[in-house]
Design a protein around this ligand. Structure first.
Ligand code: FPP
Length: 257
């Protein structure tokens, strides 16, 4: 059936279909597929990462415009240190140049930058730049953008266990008082709520050591789209899909409704 052009004009966009009162508070993304995107075009992997930074910009903007409060991006895992030296160097360089380039946009848009992971493992220039941007944006409150850098969930949990054990040893905490909240206080994500929606691009369906504790009740969304191709519309589709899910948190459907 032919679409009446008058109605086509009023076509509801994906963005308009999103219910603003049911947004995920905390959205996390495993940005995957940069290497394959470049390979498909006969380019070296670095081009994929570079194009990936443009998708980062698009998604940060899209999430902030919608009113998402927390966005966490898996930018570099503890395991990524095992990649070829040149690729690691390229990723760190991209991090520094992106931070330099985007600080003004973060300020203009009232976005706070934070990081989770082993800050001390980063090259000194990246660490310096990160600390500077985090400090300059610390009072921004529209959205918290968290970069997971040299981040691994197992390392995070191991570190938390060590810190708690030390407190037990020094009689600061007694073992019977250890509960969820004590563990949460010792994770890198102590200031972030649990993840509501976890997106992974590129068709891979795994978690890869990302926020294992924090995704206990997250809705998982996998898409075939390679990260450099990910646009605001892909983001809207993921959120619309999330909004169709019934989140029961272990309860029955009747209890929820
Ligand atoms: C995964 O694709 C992507 C990464 C390991 C790095 C993500 C980095 C960016 C998007 C650019 C820099 C980000 C910031 C915040 C400045 P892959 O290389 O594993 O792709 P493949 O699975 O196709 O090989």
């Amino acid at each position: 059936m032919a679409v009446n052009p008058v109605f086509a004009f009023f076509k509801v966009t994906l963005k308009e279909e999103i219910h603003k009162d049911r947004l995920p508070h905390h959205m996390a993304i495993i940005m995957d597929g940069n290497g394959r995107w470049a390979k498909q075009r006969g380019m070296i992997r670095a081009f994929g990462h570079e194009k990936g930074t443009k998708a980062v910009r698009e998604v940060v903007e899209g999430a902030a415009e919608l009113g998402i409060e927390y966005l966490t991006l898996y930018a570099f895992s503890t395991e990524n240190w095992n990649r070829p030296k040149l690729e690691v160097k390229t990723l760190m360089k991209l991090l520094v140049s992106s931070l330099k380039k985007e600080i003004a946009t973060l300020q203009e848009n009232n976005i706070r930058l934070s990081m989770i992971g082993n800050l001390d493992a980063l090259p000194s220039q990246a660490k310096k730049e990160l600390l500077e941007v985090m400090d300059k944006t610390k009072n921004n409150n529209r959205m918290t953008l968290t970069l997971a850098l040299s981040y691994g969930s197992r390392e995070e949990i191991t570190k938390a266990l060590k810190d708690i054990s030390l407190k037990v040893k020094n009689n600061i905490i007694s073992p019977e008082n250890i509960d969820d909240s004590v563990i949460i206080e010792h994770l890198y994500t102590q200031n972030l709520p649990d993840v509501d929606l976890l997106i992974r691009t590129s068709g891979e369906q795994r978690i890869s050591n990302f926020l294992l504790w924090q995704i206990a009740y997250a809705e998982l969304y996998f898409t075939e789209v390679l990260w450099p191709d990910f646009t605001k519309d892909h983001l809207y589709k993921a959120i619309l899909n999330y909004q169709q899910r019934e989140r029961r948190f272990g309860k029955t459907s009747e209890q929820i409704n």
